[in-house]
Design a protein around this ligand. Structure first.
Ligand code: DGT
Ligand code: CA
Ligand code: CA
Ligand code: ZN
Length: 571
């Protein structure tokens, strides 16, 4: 059971309790656990397996730790089973609508007897909802609008971070077979797209039968769609589709190239082959009937006169021309990252202390980090006032005197206010080493206003990094309307940087915009926006987006030494 699934169960339990009017503290405790698990970069299952004491994790008491353990060990959570009996499943779907939530769902149920999406639609169409207290014509329209956009869960693409948690253990499980010579996850997963439609696992081996058997009988498989000698497809319980292909070792490189895609890239490569009188498919490169290459990807590229192209670039967006002309970028790697410039502590909405964050970052090999807690406007997150921020600065000074091997920078994630002002006065901002400036409110301004708001904020000389620049939450919230080209140009003129936020639910900027930043000559910053020590490991996800944006080491701020970093931050 991977973390995302465990988290989903606790979320569901919180939902069910909330709709039953349970004690709000209990509801919050479950939600909190869900988000801790969701954000944890280590598999909870492993921790339980190793006998670790989960109640040592901040925010998890002994009681909850016991519940997590029994969920992992038995696959069920008795509290959840009980709650499920009490609440009809359709009601839960209703509650998940952005327009509703538990309280309003309960009201619709109690006042109009609504228990399903269909009933909700009918009631809204008949104008019955706007007649209820607390609902107006506008919310009725919004409900209809939302119902119209609703996608069945099966059609949703899975976030890359979640897909990693599924793919890793599945690959290990298959790799245990001696028959498996090579195994890799290809497709959009290998190209590191921010979401994957399905997983494409490729195995090299001579005898496919045991591999197919092991695959289709994996305990997480909910449905076997097809099972063949070279190809099988299953659905996992999480709803994710997994394709498995088995090829001989002599075809492995060709199959890897083919199934890595993208389709557009493959078509272009195949055409170059045709021009050279070659036939290229998933089995190899053929001249007439003769197989002339296919064991490795390098061999395949070599046959069309190209060097090997990193998977992240294979979107047919200029990578083939660049390869031909010897202009392929030397993409940034995780080991190039020297520090992390966006993280929170328990002074605001983080779960670990300043010292714990610094020590964990040091273990990961960072040379420096910046502590960037929230500013005062975010009251929900207990945002810092100038006074509390100054206290934190002093604490950082003291910590730096004690710590060796890592430097803690003073920072803030300061809110960009509606008028483009920053949420803290200049005289405190100027004492900081670095600022991450972010939008957390008024996401619905017009494109023009939102753009002006950010540009005005950037006029402040203490503005360093624009945090999560599009504000999107994958599968949950679209980017806010904003003219990113103007923002990037504005950042270039003023010497600001743009963040590539590595949180699995954000990946913001995504690759295509990272490329825009690079091309404008603006520096990117890959940050984890950690809210716990466990999150510091999300860095690789941000790196993958930078790579999809063709970024090299020098295109990023936090690949610099501390000395160079400080120079680059001065405006
Ligand atoms: P996804 O799953 O929607 O996130 O995206 P992909 O890229 O993983 O697409 P998928 O799973 O349909 O197929 C995996 C790869 O197989 C794809 O990237 C390229 C290759 N492929 C699939 N269908 C075709 C095709 O009709 N022609 C060619 N040339 N390649 C194909
Ligand atoms: Ca795929
Ligand atoms: Ca597929
Ligand atoms: Zn933020």
């Amino acid at each position: 059971m991977h973390n995302a699934e465990i988290a989903r169960k606790f979320h569901e339990l919180a939902d069910l309790l909330e709709i039953q009017d349970a004690n709000p503290f209990r509801v919050r405790a479950y939600r909190n656990v869900a988000s801790i698990i969701e954000g944890s970069s280590r598999a909870i299952e492993d921790r339980v397996g190793k006998g670790e004491d989960l109640s040592q994790i901040k925010g998890i008491g002994e009681d909850l730790a016991g519940q997590i353990e029994s969920l992992v060990k038995n696959g069920t959570l008795s509290q959840l089973e009980e709650a499920r009996k009490e609440v009809p499943e359709e009601l839960i779907q209703l509650m998940r609508l952005e327009q509703l939530g538990p309280k309003r769902t309960k009201q619709l149920h109690d006042d109009l007897g609504i228990t399903s999406l269909d009933q909700l639609r009918t009631a809204a169409e008949e104008g019955k909802i706007s007649a209820l207290s607390g609902f107006g014509k506008k919310s009725e329209e919004k409900i209809l609008d939302e119902l119209g956009k609703l996608k069945p869960e099966k059609e949703q693409r899975m976030r890359l971070g979640e897909a990693e948690q599924v793919a890793g253990p599945l690959v290990d499980y298959l790799d245990e077979l001696d028959e498996v010579k090579k195994i890799v996850v290809a497709g959009s997963y290998r190209r590191r797209k921010e979401t994957v439609g399905d997983l494409d696992i490729l195995v090299a081996c001579e005898d496919s039968a045991p591999v197919m058997k092991r695959f289709t009988t994996h305990p997480e498989v909910a449905d076997v769609v097809s099972k063949g000698k070279t190809r099988s497809t299953v659905y996992l319980k999480s709803g994710l589709q997994v394709d498995l292909r088995v090829v001989a070792e002599k075809s492995y490189g060709a199959a890897l190239h083919y199934f890595t895609g993208s389709k557009a890239h493959n078509v272009a490569i195949r055409q170059i082959g045709v021009d050279r009188g070659l036939k290229i498919n998933e089995y190899g490169v053929h001249k007439g009937d003769k197989l002339i290459a296919g064991k490795t990807e390098e061999e395949v590229f070599d046959q069309v006169g190209l060097p090997w192209i990193p998977p992240e670039l294979r979107e047919n967006r200029g990578e083939i021309e660049a390869a031909r002309e010897g202009r392929l970028p030397k993409l940034v790697e995780e080991k190039d990252i020297r520090g992390d410039l966006h993280m929170h502590t328990d002074a605001t909405d983080g779960r670990n202390s300043l010292r714990e964050m610094a020590e964990a970052a040091k273990k990961l090999g960072h040379d420096y980090i910046a502590i960037t807690d929230h500013s005062r406007r975010l009251t929900m997150a207990n945002g810092l006032t100038p006074k509390r921020l100054r206290e934190q600065m002093e604490a950082i000074d003291r910590l730096n005197e004690e710590l060796e091997g890592i430097r803690v920078l003073k920072g803030i994630e300061v809110d960009i206010l509606e008028d483009g002002g920053l949420d803290l006065p200049d005289d405190v901002l100027k004492e900081l080493d670095v600022t991450v400036c972010s939008i957390h409110s008024k996401l619905n301004l017009s494109r023009k206003k939102q753009t002006e708001r950010v540009l005005r904020a950037m006029d402040n000389r203490y503005f360093n990094i624009l945090g999560h620049p599009t504000g999107r939450l994958i599968n949950k919230r679209d980017p806010y309307p904003i003219d990113l080209e103007a923002i990037v140009e504005g950042a270039r003129e003023r010497g600001c940087c743009l963040e590539i936020n590595s949180q699995p639910k954000r990946l913001d900027l995504p690759g295509r915009y990272a490329q825009m930043v690079k091309e404008a000559g603006v520096l990117g910053v890959i940050s984890t926006d950690s809210h716990a020590t466990d999150h510091l490991g999300f860095m690789h996800l941000g790196v993958s987006q930078a790579r999809r944006g063709w970024m090299e080491k020098d295109d990023l701020l936090n690949t610099r030494t501390l000395e160079h970093l400080k120079k680059a931050l001065a405006r």
